[in-house]
Design a protein around this ligand. Sequence first.
Ligand SMILES: O=C(O)C1=C[C@@H](OP(=O)(O)O)[C@@H](O)[C@H](O)C1
Ligand SMILES: C=C(OP(=O)(O)O)C(=O)O
Length: 405
Amino acid sequence: MRGTAQLPASKSESNRALILQALAGGGQLDNLSDANDTQLMQRLLADPAATEVDAEDAGTVMRFLTAYLAVTNRNALLTGTARAQERPIGILVDALRELGADIGYEKEEGYPPLRLRGWQAAEPQNENATQEDEPIELKVRGDISSQYISALLMIGPMLPGGLRLWLTGKVGSRPYIRMTMALMQHFGGNCRDLGTALEARPGHYQPADYTIESDWSAASYWYAMVALAPAGSHLTLPGLRRYSWQGDQAIVDIMAKLGVDTEFLADGVRLTQTAPTGGFTQDFTDCPDLAQTVAVVAAALNVPVVMTGLESLRIKETDRIFALQTELANFGAFLTEEAEGHFRVSTEEFHVGGQTVATYHDHRMAMAFAPLALRGPITVDSPQVVRKSYPQFWLELEKAGFSVV
Ligand SMILES: O=C(O)C1=C[C@@H](OP(=O)(O)O)[C@@H](O)[C@H](O)C1
Ligand SMILES: C=C(OP(=O)(O)O)C(=O)O
């Protein structure tokens, strides 16, 4: 493997920047993602009169728009795909109700679709505050999805006294919360991490320009390819930054152990194949979207990796633990829960030769297993799933020399 692969722009940065641009009333965004999740967010924000808003299968769109539509006093039905209707949202709805939003469940309590009816009071309520300009204080569980916290923080400055969130439980996906706060500050939002709580002070966002970084989660599939490619392979990925707001930059350190060296360039990174260092334990609490990539590479290289912090994987685009276990087994590898929350990747006899990988409506299943084609022919079922985050994925594989038919 040699050459350069084009990455999509970060969908996480893009979808925050779009919400903040809408709340700020302007600003130029460059290099927005072509991911369906981002294109969808852009379309939905551009139609303020819509009474039915379909977030499809995009978690960030569903969660961020719940808060955004509420705070902008919209009357709308917010819905999504069948899977989106199985992904919980009760924690966010409870918090928004405490703030004064009028939100009802159309079907099952705690799940989309949601009926949004603006605020119960003309002004967002401030019952929990002792004085007019004090922030409303809320306790929010951090162990289900950080997207609820990001959604709340972004609307925090719009509330009369701002917002103070006390996170409870084990907080997952923390880097995504830090990314939210960094982008809020970029748009002139006043927010702080107080250690025990997160605070957004009241105030107006200011229009700001921002160039979105390339997507580190998408980069992980190219790291996987370099790890599995013939010796001497290397690859350049433009648009990635050394100082990134994306927690999935953790792939740099993880892949160093799986035999990929990263050199930061003026624009992007250059990956070079080295040798795996041996087994290790990796916590995915902060970077859940990397779990599938790492599981497949560890299995294929027969590196015993113990994976922890996978709790949120069962409520993503699919139950990713089940999907990984089922599909890895077809290649002679296993993901076994040996103690609570400790999943060991082990390989009996890894073989690639004509298997069909089921993708479970999950872009990351398709992209995580695709690098196995370096070891033999595979068929990836429903390949169009990649459009959620990386529509050009198969095209880029072809450009890199894969035969995609
Ligand atoms: O805020 C974000 O942009 C995201 C947060 C993460 O979700 P959780 O917070 O639900 O783990 C991640 O898995 C998702 O792909 C994107
Ligand atoms: C979990 C993901 O996305 P979301 O939760 O935004 O649907 C993902 O992209 O892996």
